[in-house]
Every structure is written in structure tokens, then in C-alpha cells.
Design a protein around this ligand. Structure first.
Ligand code: PMP
Length: 388
């Protein structure tokens, strides 16, 4: 008998390498931005979720520094013990005001917000319907909840309707969960149809607005605003780490829901509160989202410009349908995606290859930011043109 219980780990790593699925980290030694230094090399950055360029904004930095001066670096405990600060409530009220919900609660990350909310709402006698392309944190929440999880084909409302018809009555409570902007494809969930189905089948609906907050909708409130569904009852989760330029996550909804999460979400109750610096930076970020719509305007001008030049110049590359600042070029396999990612790096462009098991098909994923300029985008298109 093999007497090393850890030897399988190296064997597994070798299998991952052989499939071209091995992931290694890239060290960025410069502030976040449209241009970064990656392992010492200057790169145009198409890999960041900092959609509005707030992660290096002076206002956010000064707010974080001031919060550290006043409250220190660590929040020292769970909100229910020693960690609660007025700053947390101010941030929660700002999120609720943007989302036009009764209340909100912040978690230490978007991942923890999804896991904590789903495990609080769902138990063994309940069922979850989950889009096949949902983010890993929604999937983990489903598994940890102990409820029955049924995945429906990506955005397929006909199949979801049929499954709800067949299964809903067998369970106590039902939760439909979906990304609103799909993180690895960039397309949108059909929110009005989901709300209708949730209503018809007496089901809760949870949407993950991680890539939508600050980006989608006239005021940047997210896909709920984009689809004109503000005020309809649902559960909105999001992150403070993408367009808001900080770190942390949130859940927003009715007062009863938020009160319930404060009493039942394990990742909120048993985890140290968001740090003063992250809280203050997120609060500054959300204020900028409300007061400086020109950042969002610049972001969408860049998205529209890239879409136009791609259509004119890169007809042969397979582009996945998108309605967001996330744009993906689908490639036949993981090896090709790695090769294209490497070629782009040599061209001074950082746009990573995303491969299974993160996504079903290999691709190059590009994210546009408000801080990109025309030359950055033209350089990307020019480099891609040479291999298309
Ligand atoms: N949901 C989605 C759709 C995401 O893309 C991410 C981040 N990759 C998360 C949740 C997790 O958010 P955080 O990074 O704040 O944990």
C-alpha cells in the first residue's frame, strides 16, 4: 500500500499540467490601471474588473487612509461582537439608497455574501434552480445549503419554467439564483422573465450584481435598473471589489431579509467585519458612482468603440455575445487559448486565457475600463488582427 497519503496531490497537479489547465499567478508591481507592470513588463491591462478606474482613485485612497487613522487597520471581530462601526452602517445605507432597497448588509467579500445568503435562505427541504454558468460562489452556496440544486441551461427560460412546473410543489421553499452579468461571458440574465417565473411559482429570486454594480443602468445601480425592475421584490448580491474599487460584498433587499441575514448568515456572523479602510474606500467609491456619471459614460464609449472596431476588423474571430464591458474570443482548446494569451503578452497586452474547468470552452477574456483610451483599444485590435 502507498504509505504517503499526500502523493496524489502531485499526481493531480501533473494531470492538470498535461491538460493545459495549470494556473500560475502574474505579479503586478504597479498601481491598478489601464497600463500596469506585470512581472516587470509594461502591459495594457484588459484583465481588470476595475471598470471605472476607482481602485487607484485619490478620493478612495484618502478615505481609506483617514479611516485607518481613526479606526486602525483591523476591525478586530465579528460585527456582532466587537467589529461594528458606524462606517459599516453608512456604507450599507449608501448601497440601499443606490439600489433603492429598504436595507443592505456588507460581508467581507462577494463570495462570502453569496455563500452566506444562500445558506441562510435554503435548507434540506428546499430547492435551488441555478443557471449553468453561475459564478462559483453561487454554486458553493447551493452545495453548502444542503438543499436540492437543479442547474438549468444557460438563460433558458423555457427549460426553467418546465422544471419549476415539475419540481416546485415537492419542496418547501424555492430559490432561483443567477449572475446578472455573467462573469466569464459578459451576457445578461433575462431578469424580467426570471421575476415573472419567480412570481408564478412562489419562488425567491437572487441575482449576483458583481459585474453590474456601478456599470449597468443609468445611475450605475445595476441590471435591476437596466431592466427597469427597480422596486420589484428580489435579493441582490454584489461585490465592492470591482467597479467600486475596494474589497467586500453586500446583500440588498427588504428590511426583513437583511435583518434575517444578520441573524442567520454564517459568513456574516462568524467572520471578522470588513476592515475600516475597505469600508471607507467602498463608501467613497459608491459616492463617486452616484456623483460622476461621466466615468460610466466613458466606459460605455470605450465598450461601443471596441465592439465597432471588432466587427469591422476581426470578423473571423468567434466573439461570444455580450452586452457588458466583458468581451470573449472563443478558441478551440485550452492549448490555443494559452498560446494566444502568450502572444498577446509579447505584444504588451494583458488579456488572460480562461480555460475549463472555470468555463465550458476556452477563450481570451477582455474587460474594458473607463480609463482605457483609443490607442489602447486600437493596439489590442491590431494585435488580434494579425492572428485572426
Ligand atoms: N460573483 C461574481 C459573478 C464574480 O465574478 C465574483 C468575483 N470574481 C464574485 C461573485 C466574488 O466576489 P469577490 O471577489 O468580492 O469575492
Amino acid at each position: 500500500m502507498n504509505n504517503n497519503p499526500y502523493s496524489w496531490i502531485e499526481e493531480s497537479l501533473n494531470t492538470i499540467h498535461r491538460a493545459d489547465w495549470y494556473r500560475s499567478v502574474q505579479t503586478i508591481n504597479s498601481p491598478p490601471g489601464a497600463v500596469v507592470f506585470l512581472s516587470g513588463q509594461k502591459m495594457i491591462n484588459f484583465a481588470s474588473n476595475d471598470y471605472l478606474g476607482l481602485a487607484a482613485d485619490d478620493n478612495l485612497k484618502m478615505s481609506a487612509i483617514e479611516a485607518i487613522r481613526q479606526f486602525g487597520t483591523g476591525s478586530t471581530g465579528s460585527r456582532l461582537l466587537t467589529g461594528d462601526r458606524q462606517l459599516h452602517r453608512e456604507l450599507e445605507q449608501a448601497i440601499a439608497s443606490t439600489k433603492q432597497t429598504e436595507d443592505a448588509v456588507v460581508f467581507s467579500s462577494g463570495y462570502l455574501a453569496n455563500v452566506g445568503t444562500i445558506t441562510a435562505l435554503v435548507g434540506k427541504r428546499d430547492i435551488i434552480f441555478s443557471d449553468q454558468y453561475n459564478h462559483s460562489s453561487l454554486k458553493s452556496g447551493g452545495i453548502l445549503s444542503g438543499g436540492t440544486v437543479i442547474e438549468y441551461p444557460h438563460c433558458d427560460m423555457t427549460v426553467l419554467g418546465k422544471k419549476l412546473q415539475e419540481e416546485r410543489q415537492k419542496y418547501r421553499r424555492c430559490l432561483i439564483v443567477t449572475d446578472s452579468v455573467f462573469s466569464m461571458d459578459g451576457d445578461l440574465c433575462p431578469l424580467p422573465n426570471l421575476l415573472d417565473l419567480a412570481e408564478e411559482f412562489n419562488s425567491m429570486l437572487l441575482i449576483d450584481e458583481a459585474h453590474a454594480t456601478g456599470v449597468m443602468g443609468k445611475s450605475g445601480a445595476g441590471c435591476v435598473e437596466h431592466f427597469n425592475c427597480t422596486g420589484r421584490e428580489l435579493i441582490q448580491i454584489g461585490t465592492l471589489s470591482k467597479a467600486l474599487g475596494s474589497l467586500g460584498g453586500y446583500a440588498a433587499g427588504s428590511s426583513a431579509l437583511i435583518d434575517f441575514l444578520r441573524n442567520r448568515a454564517p459568513s456574516w456572523i462568524y467572520s471578522t467585519a470588513l476592515s475600516p479602510a475597505d469600508t471607507a474606500a467602498a463608501l467613497a467609491g459608491i459616492n463617486i458612482v452616484q456623483k460622476e456619471p461621466e466615468r460610466r459614460k466613458r466606459l460605455w464609449e470605450n465598450v461601443n468603440y471596441l465592439q465597432t472596431v471588432v466587427k469591422e476588423n476581426l470578423g473571423k474571430l468567434k466573439i461570444l455575445p455580450t452586452q457588458s464591458p466583458i468581451l470573449c474570443f472563443e478558441l478551440p482548446d485550452a492549448g490555443t487559448a494559452l498560446e494566444v494569451g502568450k502572444y498577446l503578452r509579447e505584444e504588451g497586452i494583458f488579456a488572460p486565457a480562461i480555460r475549463p474547468p472555470t468555463v465550458p470552452t476556452s477563450r481570451i477574456r477582455i474587460t474594458i475600463m473607463a480609463t482605457h483610451n483609443r490607442e489602447h483599444i486600437d493596439k489590442l485590435v491590431d494585435s488580434l488582427q494579425r492572428i485572426s
